[in-house]
Unconditional design. Sequence first.
Length: 91
Amino acid sequence: MNDPVIPGDRPGWLAGTDRLVADLAEVEPTAEVQMIDATILGPKTIFTANTDAGRLLVWATLAELAHTCGRCGTVEPERITWCVKCGGNQR
Ligand SMILES: [Zn+2]
């Protein structure tokens, strides 16, 4: 599958989506994740998967991205948009 489209201001999500692409290739090669978007309620995805294993991988990645700084990729225990360091540079 192709790399999912992610928002341009979320480069910190790349490591997570790269891992998803690699893992999906093993459990369900025909699965597709078209895009992952950032919403006010957290990361949202549009995907096609026909196995429970494939779907679980996508949901697990989404849950992890909800805790991943969109700028630097730092993973925090709580749900975040930006980590403390990157959030300090936000307007
Ligand atoms: Zn950060």
